[in-house]
Write a protein that binds this ligand. Structure first.
Ligand code: ATP
Ligand code: MG
Length: 346
């Protein structure tokens, strides 16, 4: 897409980045104690917009009361189990978006979707990346797909029902994708209302699902602008590494421009720290910097680094079924509860 239409490669380059971490280098083998971190409540303040108050233990003269801080450094709220869904359905459309590759967009789409389905939500996942990782991660063979989202976008006679497939998780469907989608990016340039194409084809799904999660490709090109235009909210997965902070300002500028010019209802639903390693000072400092920059937009839930995510991808299923009792599965269930509190049951 050209820079002339406002979403080109140099778009938003004036955006200021999150400043660098101000810390002298530490020895490479330095490790910090594992989470959860405990601090005296006298030195802890509850974040002003935290959705749920944290219960502090009763203070005694000898031992001051304690508040358990979450990995973001803020008191960890106790998110309730989601209420049963109310009919009629009206889906919230949420894009997983970050132009940086390998930050956990696809992993979050699969596992947040599967967790919301476990809580009784009817979920549609949209694979909007020509890499097709979401489809492969749910066990589909990219070479054996009759119809994909590409056909839905480009052929008027193909309907949503023609392309939707079951994901293998009860209550969760999938619009699959493969490398064909890369041609859409080029072909859509010549379409009328090219940025609204995905929104138009998803319209019949809005009253059939409670949540539609779109897995974006790692770029800010026309496909991603389509995803943002079709969405009510954006979740930004962000790896807890310093380099991951670079480029976040550019992403925010793009979101702001889409909101201004194409989709006034678009909101940032949350920034999600992924691949967090609570043993390292580095991970915790990156998280602290994120909270300083984005405040309560940062989810209280963080996703820790564990090899089980790669294993579940190879198995072609969500971690919530592959390793149901694992910490990774529990984290995504907690994220699902937080997402429901923040932006679904409101
Ligand atoms: N919390 C985690 N701990 C360890 N590995 C993880 C975690 N989350 C994701 N991974 C692994 O990191 C790799 C990249 O994750 P994923 O594919 O979800 O990122 P992505 O942002 O969708 O990438 P892309 O930009 O290429 O689409 C995968 O191999 C995945 O299994
Ligand atoms: Mg991906």
């Amino acid at each position: 897409m050209s820079g002339a239409d406002g979403f080109g490669p140099h778009f938003g380059s004036e955006a200021s980045e999150i400043p660098p971490l101000m810390r002298p280098p530490t020895p490479p083998d330095r490790h910090e104690p594992s989470e959860p971190l405990r601090f005296p409540s006298t030195t802890t303040t509850v974040a002003p917009q935290a959705p749920v108050e944290v219960e502090a233990q009763a203070a005694t003269p000898e031992a001051p009361a304690e508040v358990v801080l979450g990995a973001t450094g803020r008191p960890m709220p106790d998110f309730p189990d989601p209420r049963p869904v109310t009919l009629p359905r009206h889906a919230r459309v949420i894009s997983m978006c970050n132009q940086k590759g390998g930050v956990g967009k696809t992993t979050t789409t699969i596992n947040l979707g599967a967790s919301l389905a476990e809580f009784g939500r009817k979920v549609l996942l949209v694979d909007f990346d020509p890499q097709g990782s979401l489809s492969v991660g749910l066990g589909l063979n990219p070479h054996q797909m009759d119809l994909t989202i590409y056909n839905l976008l480009m052929q008027r006679d193909v309907t949503l029902e023609d392309v939707v497939v079951p994901s293998g998780v009860p209550g969760m469907d999938l619009l699959p994708s493969n490398i064909d989608l890369s041609a859409a990016e080029v072909q859509l340039v010549h379409e009328v209302a090219r940025e609204q194409t995905l929104q138009r084809v998803l319209a019949p799904a809005i009253d059939q699902y409670d949540v539609i999660l779109i897995d974006c490709q790692p770029s800010l090109g026309l496909l991603t602008v389509n995803a943002l235009t079709a969405s009510d909210g954006v979740i930004v997965p962000l790896e807890c590494e310093y380099f991951a902070l670079r480029g976040v300002a550019l992403l925010k500028t793009t979101i702001d421009k889409v909101q201004e010019r194409l989709n006034p209802r678009l909101q940032v639903d949350g920034v999600l720290g992924t691949m967090f390693d609570g043993r390292t000072l580095h991970s915790r400092e990156v998280m602290q910097r994120l909270v300083e920059a984005w405040g309560d937009t940062v989810f209280h839930t963080v996703i820790r680094r564990t090899i089980k995510f790669s294993d579940s991808t190879v198995a072609g299923e969500p971690i919530t079924s592959y390793a149901s009792a694992s910490g990774g599965a529990e984290s995504y269930r907690q994220l699902a509860k937080e997402v429901v509190v923040r932006c679904l049951d409101v």
